[in-house]
Design a protein around this ligand. Structure first.
Ligand SMILES: [Zn+2]
Length: 97
């Protein structure tokens, strides 16, 4: 049983790793917490998740949310894909520039 739990934990860790990767920011945004600007093209460590609930898809295309930290104050910022405009929209913690 303990061994099995260990395996489950390993799997969970692997899944977590798959969700974490480095992205180049597709749009310039301003951090709401510290007012610092994070510019398009900045490379950031990011975590991704599928958007859930109402409005999680557009014409059957899954929307995806990316979380990352502000370089200045480490506040969590989130953007998500917007299939309707083939672009991205700011989800939380930031404002588009
Ligand atoms: Zn900040």
């Amino acid at each position: 049983m303990a061994e099995r739990l260990g395996q489950e934990k390993e799997k969970e860790k692997e899944k977590e790793k798959e969700r974490e990767f480095r992205v180049m920011l597709p749009m310039s945004i301003g951090c709401k917490a510290c007012g610092d600007n994070v510019y398009k093209g900045t490379k950031l460590n990011s975590r991704k998740e599928d958007v859930m609930g109402d409005g999680s898809t557009y014409l059957g295309i899954q929307k995806v949310r990316f979380y990352f930290n502000c370089n200045n104050c480490s506040a969590v910022l989130a953007i998500r894909t917007d299939p309707q405009t083939s672009g991205y929209v700011v989800d939380s913690g930031a404002t588009p520039l």
